[in-house]
Design a protein around this ligand. Structure first.
Ligand SMILES: [Zn+2]
Ligand SMILES: [Zn+2]
Length: 253
């Protein structure tokens, strides 16, 4: 028996220097619960250090949290990497850390990178600059995400900055993306006209929330048997009746 679940698969925490400092794991879960979101993805820039805390914060709630990261490839294309298991996202994080420039974050310029626990306590600051590109080529990045059992989605593919089309101008033919993500700035109908080859991919939309008020502003509805990672994988492939509900999105220009 399939049910419709609401998902916002691209939410940043206070670990991302550009996100609001009050985006703690606990507050994100509380806000998602209030909005009746069933599934959220935690995707900080090039790091997953607040993902496990967000999963723990949601443990006795109705919200399923998928651990993830938003990784910047060498071409400065942002890729959402979502996983089922914390071990897998941490393995991916280990690989990403090997390929991040060894530069310290300047909190005055970029913002603090706060590590928090599930009780709203601040545990410390991540000191390496996260808001930067890795030296991982896009193809390798997508392959690695798959190697660690994740799904790879082109973040805000429609955006001029750090989106796939904006950075490359086209989709490389052998890039095995699991989906494309649209930002809140464009509707599916507009996107397909502007980027015709997008039609070959499953398309999701997410909020890319950096502030509590933005969570859920752009979301997808999924028909699944239960709110799990493997069911989402099936929906992206349209297997066994699982699917993404036809997208009627609110969008801002
Ligand atoms: Zn991004
Ligand atoms: Zn983002």
């Amino acid at each position: 028996m399939l049910q419709c679940f609401h998902a916002d698969l691209h939410v940043h925490t206070c670990l991302s220097p550009c996100a609001d400092i009050i985006m703690s794991p606990l507050r994100i879960v509380q806000r998602s619960k209030k909005l009746k979101l069933d599934i959220i993805g935690i995707c900080d820039h090039n790091s997953a250090e607040n993902a496990a805390a967000t999963i723990r914060a949601a443990e006795h709630s109705s919200v399923t949290v998928l651990p993830g990261m938003e990784i910047a490839s060498a071409e400065e294309v942002h890729v959402l990497a979502l996983f089922e298991k914390t071990d897998d996202v941490l393995a991916m994080q280990g690989f990403v850390y090997q390929h991040l420039p060894n530069t310290s974050n300047d909190p005055h310029l970029f913002g603090e990178q706060v590590i928090a626990n599930e009780f709203d306590d601040f545990l410390g600051f991540h000191e390496r600059m996260l808001m930067t590109a890795t030296d991982i080529p896009l193809h390798t990045l997508v392959q690695k995400v798959h190697k660690y059992n994740g799904i790879a989605i082109a973040s805000h593919a429609d955006r001029p900055s750090f989106g796939l089309y904006g950075q490359l101008g086209f989709v490389p033919p052998d890039l095995e993306l699991d989906a494309m993500e649209l930002s809140p700035h464009i509707s599916y109908e507009q996107a397909i006209i502007q980027f015709p080859d997008m039609i070959q991919f499953p398309v999701i939309s997410s909020s890319d929330a950096h502030h509590l008020d933005d969570i859920g502003k752009n979301e997808i509805q999924l028909w699944l048997a239960e709110p799990t990672f493997s069911e989402i994988q099936k929906a992206l492939k349209k297997e066994d009746g699982r699917k993404i509900e036809e997208q009627k999105r609110a969008h801002e220009d």
